[in-house]
Design a protein around this ligand. Structure first.
Ligand code: FE2
Ligand code: FE2
Length: 180
């Protein structure tokens, strides 16, 4: 497994963990609505910064471009499908935000479930199909180079301070919503 795809797989694990927490949050009925809305708001922040800007950014701007260079089909092929799913994910996040703006808890839950379902299936396809393909066509040296670009991208969109903040948010949620 190359260094670049390994980094993305690690991020998939973090995203899946947060989706597990989100699932607990939307089924938690012993919490005050205002408190839950604040948690929902924080999860949306995580999904926008970490899952979309950082992770999908690495895929779209760096890995997918390299795959297309190597001849993996974009439109009508696996890369095109992944890109469409990123767009669909952004639509669901926008629906989640709109629901939070008007404190529509049911609307939020509905969009959050659609998002989780989409992302779980998306991650499964990347882990089991696209990244295996990537490991075949991108050699180790090239993967190391992609990884360096990932690090730069991460520093640009997240930076050290926000990274720490996201980690501590996840730890707090895991404790409050009892997720191992
Ligand atoms: Fe993706
Ligand atoms: Fe991904």
């Amino acid at each position: 497994m190359g260094k670049a795809t390994q980094d993305l797989r690690k991020e998939h694990d973090a995203i899946l963990y947060v989706l597990q927490i989100l699932n607990k949050m939307i089924n938690a009925d012993s919490f005050d609505a205002e408190i839950l809305l604040n948690y929902y708001d924080d999860v949306v922040y995580f999904l926008k910064i970490f899952a979309d800007k950082c992770h999908h950014g690495k895929e779209e701007n760096i890995l997918f471009k390299e795959l297309i260079n190597k001849g993996v089909p974009n439109e009508g092929g696996p890369v095109g499908v992944m890109l469409q799913e990123h767009v669909q994910g952004r639509n669901y996040i926008a629906q989640m935000e709109q629901s939070l703006d008007i404190k529509n808890i049911e609307g939020f839950k509905n969009a959050a479930m659609l998002y989780s379902d989409l992302l779980r299936r998306h991650i499964e396809k990347e882990n089991n199909v696209l990244f295996l393909m990537a490991d075949k066509v991108i050699n180790e040296q090239e993967q190391n180079f992609l990884f360096l670009q990932f690090e730069k991208h991460e520093e640009n969109v997240i930076g050290h301070g926000v990274h720490e903040k996201l980690h501590s948010m996840i730890d707090t949620w895991a404790e409050i919503f009892d997720v191992e």
